[in-house]
Design a protein around this ligand. Sequence first.
Ligand SMILES: Cc1cc2nc3c(=O)[nH]c(=O)nc-3n(C[C@H](O)[C@H](O)[C@H](O)COP(=O)(O)OP(=O)(O)OC[C@H]3O[C@@H](n4cnc5c(N)ncnc54)[C@H](O)[C@@H]3O)c2cc1C
Length: 581
Amino acid sequence: MSSPVKALFAGAVREDLLFPFPEPTDEERETVSAFLGSLRTFARDRIDSARIDREKRIPPEIVRGLADLGTFGISIPVEYGGYGFSSSAYCRVMEEIGRTDASLGILIGGHQSIGMKALLLYGTEEQKKRWLPALAAGEMVAAFALTEPEAGSDAASIRTTARYDAARDEFVLDGSKHWISNGGIADFFTLFAKDVALEAADEHRRITAFAVTKDLPGLEIGPEEKKLGLKGSSTVPLVLKEIRVPAFNVIGPRGAGFKVAVEVLNTGRTSLGAGCLGGCKAMIREAALHAGERRQFATRIADFEMIRGKFARMVASTYALESLVYLTAGLVDRGLSDYSLEGAACKVFGTETMWSVVNDALQIAGGNGFMEEYPYERALRDSRINMIFEGTNEILRVLVALTGLRELGSDLEEVARALKAPLGNLGILSDYVGRKIRGYVAPERLERVAPELAVEADLVRRYTRSFGAAAETFLSRYGTHILERQYQQERLANVAVDLYASIAVLSRASSAVRRRGAREAAEEIRLARAFVGSAKYRVVGALKEMEKNRDRDHAAGRDGDRSAIAEAAYSSPGYRFDFWG
Ligand SMILES: Cc1cc2nc3c(=O)[nH]c(=O)nc-3n(C[C@H](O)[C@H](O)[C@H](O)COP(=O)(O)OP(=O)(O)OC[C@H]3O[C@@H](n4cnc5c(N)ncnc54)[C@H](O)[C@@H]3O)c2cc1C
């Protein structure tokens, strides 16, 4: 099964993969619903999100309670003591946790989505038997330790070293990590270091992944960071002083650590989108309760059109996010192996949708929105980081654009080589297996969309075609200079994400029509129309800008102006003008 987002770059819509919208089985629905029931009861009776924020910690009894429910092992296979939930079911639980408290989302996501994911994906049977049961039971908490002070987005540049000591069959690790989520309470770290003895052409092919447990002498856990949000979540630096790690603890092949890290992060991004979905739903509910009660000018504020407009935007974009997350998770469950771009789309769209929803909800709350006794300011603080960690949204846009183009240009040797080599230096981006996607035929019409959404289906089909043509023009015009054209990469990525989200919405609403009939599915039809209608303006705008700025000369056009404005701000750092002076 190949990536539907990559196919968009060839102007194609993979209707065969994207329709009908994935549905859980009755049995799975029942299991997940029972789990969610227990989680909700626990949350209602025991979790106080404001207190977690105020006291800057998750009380140990909450961690224990979540562990007793089995939350730490939902994605771990049953044979190792977990629930073995599918990707969809895992996302549904992460959605619920995101709705409850963002710091709890990091506790559970940091543990499962990234902390012990490498063990699940690359661990040997012995390694899995050694650690997974304790991780599933929440007796051990996991963390993912990649970032260093000098190596953020450029993760391939990490400086922590691993020296192999053959006499003792151990590795000696030295270096430091920072901003490690769950670090203060974790017992198990998936930690990345440069394996100094390895000969490799590229620096990143020397990185090796290790399971570092807290009991190993030489691991120092630093103090908790003081953060803008996620105050209940533990974020610490680590210092590694000649830690002796048994060779048994190497996860995956030596020198494949970078690939391991990239794959772990790729798999985690869909569920980060799910966490954001939960956050959006919580905000819409709060804002709706407030708008229905608050009266100004003898009118419920809910009745003012400027407030209605905000609800329409919040609900339609949240519906799109939900469709994007569960379409992607469903594809993963059906065996899509390379879903790096779909996961990136969930992360970028999810984190930015949540930011915009929180902003709208806070505005609807008026002055109350600014006060600590209401949940909006906390949500605003908590949600800001989502656009930064697990691959910044800029890096993910580069990933979407360049990977999509590389697939398109994989028969253009020189371009493919140019795209591959610098990607190796772009940290998080490299190590994707190229597959040709040429040969797809842009469809004449989308066959599987419900007739009620024929206009929207036609829009998506036409703009996908234009997008494919723009991508091809872009490739042939810039050749190996594509890498420098980030303004254009950003537009490409934005259009790809909007098209994928639009198709997700069409697929879901069409399934609703098929199952329940057009009359019963009227609300979903309306949401699909609203979302595709708004996406259309963004897509048209981006395609036009791409066209206007297609000159090969960097200094030309509006993009040239943008660069000149930025350069001026750099040259005498700051804003250069003073109206009075
Ligand atoms: C609360 C918190 C929790 C975290 N948890 C973890 C964790 O558990 N494990 C872990 O390993 N790390 C963790 N991180 C680190 C996080 O993943 C990094 O902060 C992130 O990868 C960005 O790195 P940086 O902060 O060094 O920013 P930089 O890489 O310095 O980036 C700064 C800015 O430049 C932009 N930029 C960089 N390169 C490019 C480029 N090529 N093109 C365009 N723009 C670019 C970025 O998008 C960003 O806007 C955490 C961080 C925080 C704040």
